[in-house]
Design a protein around this ligand. Sequence first.
Ligand code: HEM
Ligand code: FES
Length: 344
Amino acid sequence: MSQSYRAVGWNRQKRRYDLTIAAGVAAYLVIFICVGFAIDGEATIETLIIRACGTAALFLLHVVLAIGPLCRLDRRLLPLLYNRRHLGVTMFLVALAHGGFSLIQFHTLGDLNPLVSVLASNTRYASLANFPFQPLGLAALLILFLMAATSHDFWLANLTAPVWKRLHMLVYVAYGLIVAHVLLGVLQAETSPILAATLGVGMIVVLGLHLIAGWRERALDEAKEAEILAGGFVDVCGVDQIRDDCAKVVTLSGERVAVFKYDGKVSALSNVCQHQNGPLGEGRIIDGCVTCPWHGYQYLPDSGASPPPFAEKVPTFNVKVINGRVLVDPKPNAAGTRVEPAVI
Ligand code: HEM
Ligand code: FES
């Protein structure tokens, strides 16, 4: 958080996280290659490296995709989310090794540039059995590259959070391309039942977690929307239903609002952090500021503005406390507008 951008700092916990990922990937590759040799003495080291890296990247992609919904279902898993970008970049590097070795192995012997060869060597798009699956992998790799290259906070600040978020939603397109790459290619040629079954389970887990998390959030939104019928200011809850220095999240006119109680006062602001859309209402008041639970960006509860010299701002909402009930105006004020807190 800064006037331009704030890189989320490296610390001991992040270094330990990165070392664990690197050690885990290295162990997987070594075990895969040793077991591969033990099962098939004729397999070449190049083939085993390609397969080890491909399956490792595929597994990491499933973990990356599962972390989001898992954290929405259980807040204790939030620490997994803090460093998800490191996991994403690792996944890209492992996928790059797989794609790079495949290019060397299968596309460097002819006259064509290896990248042109991937696109031109097989053009049987009408045949399901011989479909050119490698261009699908290449397209996915390009998306993963775009995401890894823009994963730093510098890009987040310069592209703005909504554009960055949209760009990073392309991960689902990459996932679709990779599933097709594996199903159309390897499964037809090798008909590996273990890979097919594992991919099937992975897809069910990713899809299932997204559906459950989405359904839970929708149910919450619908329940709160109903209260808007009371008109004007909306009765969102009793003061005693909000813990000190914490918030209650309600949905008003389709927007999530975080209603914070602190120092005998109540303030309401948008639930969406300007950094990576983290849920502010799941954070706490620390040093007088609403502190995002994801990476610690801070906002003053009455104005929704980050304390100087930082420049982030979120919309605020007018709020009253009457007879121990918290009433919020569903119309948002412009981001950074100061609103007198309601005194309890
Ligand atoms: C330039 C991009 C890519 C190329 C040229 C490429 C090429 C290949 C080739 C030739 C195979 C068959 C290997 C074999 O059976 O011996 C393969 C399999 C595979 N690819 Fe890719 N790929 C690319 C990108 C990706 C990406 C981005 C991922 C996932 C993150 C991926 C995941 C896989 C998986 C899981 C397999 C099956 C591994 C196995 O055989 O056990 N590929 N790919
Ligand atoms: S601090 Fe990163 S999302 Fe809020």
